[in-house]
Design a protein around this ligand. Structure first.
Ligand SMILES: NC(=O)c1ccc[n+]([C@@H]2O[C@H](COP(=O)([O-])OP(=O)(O)OC[C@H]3O[C@@H](n4cnc5c(N)ncnc54)[C@H](OP(=O)(O)O)[C@@H]3O)[C@@H](O)[C@H]2O)c1
Length: 324
């Protein structure tokens, strides 16, 4: 089987991607803290060349999903780490590809849809989407510049401008919103008019595989559902799928307090993100979950079933399932 090297493959999306690809590819994970009992995990420090680079030589693809989570308070130390963790990992992967005698056919690097300027009325696409200024967008630009400027002439490059991925990641917003909605706090956030670009985790995984396998696709791709909605509609859909009869709105000052207590930033929910996947659509990528109601229904149905399996796995982490 062809080999795919996934840097940051221990995270929310990396774990799912490893599982998603395993039928067709052998995955090797670059991580700062490999676990000996987990097959395929290889140590790297995310900033310098080392033994790990032999994995890149001869691999079919490299996918870089590394980066300190943005779901934190933006104080000076966290901001520096958010930037450094993206720049250093991207730079050193470029160096490893340059040093390889048999470079990978394709290098896919994470980026973010937050690179676009906030918008309520004009959808942002890859060709005409105006780029934002400020901390998050400047991180995204530096990240993409490092990626695009890395000289790897024999390796096709794709940057994933991904919107918020709806799934069960521990640092993902959806589990928190679900909990709040169950307690009657699932009303609009702020004035509810900000646009919300999102993608179901399954479509994220499908899009990555698609971009990896379509040999003629390169450059930046918006990885987001084709039907973004405003926050008011999103919260309504969330309540309806959870059967929550009402939802108390969260005005901005309350959100600011909540975000502080949850050690996160209000920007993550207040910025109006109106991004569409023009290039994926032009290249006939088929979304499994283009609309929010079906996406949420599928995720919640899965979680209800998964929960039982998970608690058993967690009780027996070495995989030796004994009857309780
Ligand atoms: N999830 C989303 O909704 C979303 C949306 C847009 C873009 N993205 C981007 O997609 C990528 C993957 O997202 P995710 O949600 O899977 O993230 P995640 O769960 O936070 O995982 C990211 C991985 O990056 C590695 N990492 C963390 N800090 C690092 C550092 N200082 N230096 C080197 N590596 C570090 C970690 O691997 P080790 O600890 O094993 O080394 C971690 O498993 C990220 O770059 C993220 O910004 C995600």
């Amino acid at each position: 089987m062809k080999k795919v090297v996934i840097a940051g493959g221990t995270g929310f999306l990396g774990r799912k991607l490893t599982d998603w690809l395993k039928k067709d590819y052998t995955a090797k994970i670059l991580t700062r803290t490999p676990e000996s009992r987990v097959d395929g995990e290889i140590h790297w420090d995310g900033k310098s060349l080392g033994k790990w680079q032999t994995e890149i030589d001869g691999a079919h693809a490299v996918i870089n999903l590394s980066g300190k989570s943005v779901n934190c308070r933006y104080h000076r130390g966290n901001k520096a780490e958010i930037l450094k963790s993206r720049i250093n990992t991207t730079r050193v992967i470029g160096e490893a590809i340059q040093a390889a005698t048999d470079p990978p056919k394709v290098w896919i690097n994470a980026s973010t849809a937050t690179i676009y300027r906030a918008s309520r009325g004009t959808p942002r696409d890859e060709a005409k989407g105006e780029l934002d200024t400020g901390f998050s967008a400047s991180v995204a630009k530096a990240w993409e510049d490092n990626f695009m400027n890395s000289y790897t002439p024999d390796t096709r490059k794709v940057a994933l401008r991904t919107s918020l991925v709806l799934g069960d990641g521990s640092n993902s917003a959806l589990p928190i919103l679900r909990l709040l909605s169950k307690f009657g706090l699932g009303g609009r956030i702020g004035n509810g008019e900000q646009m919300f670009s999102w993608i179901h985790e399954t479509d994220f995984l499908r899009a990555v595989k698609f971009l990896m396998e379509e040999d003629d696709l390169a450059g930046v791709f918006n990885v987001t559902s084709p039907a973004p909605i405003d926050n008011r509609t999103f919260m309504k859909s969330l309540r309806s799928e959870l059967g929550a009869p009402f939802g108390i709105p969260t005005p901005k000052p309350i959100l600011a307090i909540g975000a502080f207590l949850l050690r996160t930033e209000p920007e993550l929910t207040l910025k109006s993100r109106y991004v569409i996947p023009r290039r994926l659509m032009e290249n006939r990528f088929q979304f499994a979950f283009p609309f929010i109601d079906e996406a949420l229904r599928d995720l919640f149905e899965n979680w209800r079933g998964e929960k039982r399996r998970k608690s058993k796995n967690e009780r027996y982490p070495l995989g030796k399932v004994k009857e309780a």
